[in-house]
Design a protein around this ligand. Structure first.
Ligand code: BGC
Length: 390
């Protein structure tokens, strides 16, 4: 009897211990998930450095529901917190925790303003009024995103105008990266009352030059570092796109998207056709890395794209006055960078929607012009607006 009693006590104790251990493990796992899921604006301190004899910093913009952190190193969007279907703040852009990682971040262009000419210029050469210019070639034989340093590795002058507005300016010298003209660029980031991040660009020059400024944010609407974007639903308001050669330079033609993997006119999973290797364009791009010719509804801002995060139900609408949008599916992401919160920038875990003029426009006179003359002001606006799917 005594033995039976001891056995029962021992068994109960063992059961309780085992249960506790299991509960602890569960709690640990939960707190791990909470840790990995809790998304916060990075620390400002980690962005305070002296680079090129200029001070870098992190500027935080807030309105009722969204929060953006922007550094003046490359005028980059570092984090963008928006509520998901459960109201949880979700950081929808890829970025680093500190400015040092941006200085060493290779050629990812996370969150950056790219320029003076975003996207590619064939062999880094173009002509204006019959005079030839040679730019830095930093992408095989081609010029990409403004050259070796571009605007994305420069320290911009920053002025926070109020809780929701940050103004950044950068003056690019005549001859910088091979471009003619002293060129003054101003970028204003504003959080709108409609849960949007608006980007206003303005530029002037003292010599005829070319310009194509864009923002290079990498989005994952389920939260940066949370895995594949292949199940996001993408809509791009474009009947045509600009096919490219094997070095991603447009052939000069505008091709219909109809009956091709480039037809995103109704919402389609990004991954539905991405591996269709019988499509030479997808082969060249190693996925989507193409400029879409936007259908325009009026002269002002019109809807360019709509994307849904399959897990978060976060919906992003993109509006722009630009003629094109580069849809890039993170084909060169390879997990070699540690991004915010200790995550990795794994293959195709983010996508870019870079509103822009078509790539290599200076060499395709039939494309909308990217020439800027002295006395004229380059002005353009793009708006990324967030909501939760109803
Ligand atoms: C380009 C890609 C490039 C990526 C990162 C995109 O805008 O189209 O080819 O790999 O930027 O640099």
């Amino acid at each position: 009897m005594r033995n039976l009693f001891s056995i029962l006590i021992f068994a109960s104790l063992a059961f309780i211990a085992c249960n506790n251990a299991q509960q602890n493990k569960q709690q640990e796992q939960n707190s791990d998930t909470t840790k990995s899921e809790s998304m916060e604006t990075p620390s400002t301190k980690a962005f305070q450095q002296n680079i090129d004899a200029k001070q870098t910093n992190l500027y935080v913009l807030k309105n009722k529901n969204i929060e953006a952190a922007i550094t003046n190193y490359g005028a980059r969007v570092v984090s963008l917190l928006v509520p998901d279907k459960n109201g949880k703040k979700t950081d929808v852009v890829v970025g680093f925790d500190n400015v040092n990682d941006y200085t060493q971040g290779g050629d990812t262009y996370f969150g950056a303003i790219v320029g003076r000419y975003g996207n590619r210029i064939a062999k880094g050469k173009f002509k204006l009024d019959g005079k030839g210019y040679t730019l830095a070639t930093n992408n095989g034989a081609n010029h990409l995103h403004g050259g070796n340093k571009g605007f994305s590795r420069e320290v911009w002058d920053a002025q926070q105008l109020n809780d929701t507005t940050l103004q950044l300016t950068y003056v690019s010298k005549d001859g910088e990266e091979g471009y003619p003209g002293n060129f003054t660029s101003k970028v204003i980031y504003t959080l709108t009352s409609n849960e949007g991040l608006k980007i206003d660009y303005e530029a002037t020059t003292d010599k005829k030059t070319v310009v194509n400024l864009t923002n290079h944010s990498y989005f994952n609407l389920n939260g940066q570092g949370s895995g594949t974007i292949l199940n996001h639903l993408m809509m791009i308001n474009a009947d045509k796109y600009t096919p490219v050669d094997s070095t991603l330079i447009p052939t000069g033609k505008l091709e219909p998207v109809k009956n091709t993997p480039f037809d995103f006119r109704s919402p389609t999973a990004i991954g539905a056709r991405i591996n269709d290797t019988s499509n030479i364009q997808l082969k060249y791009g190693k996925g989507y890395d193409h400029n879409f010719v936007l259908n325009k509804t009026n002269g002002g801002l019109s809807k360019a794209a709509e994307v849904l995060g399959d897990q978060s139900d976060i919906l992003m609408n993109v509006y722009t006055d630009q003629p094109g949008i580069q849809f890039y599916t993170g084909n060169f992401m390879d997990g070699s960078h540690t991004i915010k919160g200790g995550k990795k920038d794994d293959h195709r875990t983010a996508f870019c929607l870079e509103t822009q003029h078509y790539p290599d426009s200076p060499n395709h006179l039939q494309f909308p012009s990217t020439t800027l003359e002295p006395g004229k002001v380059y002005k353009t606006t793009t708006l990324y607006e967030f909501s939760v799917k109803k």
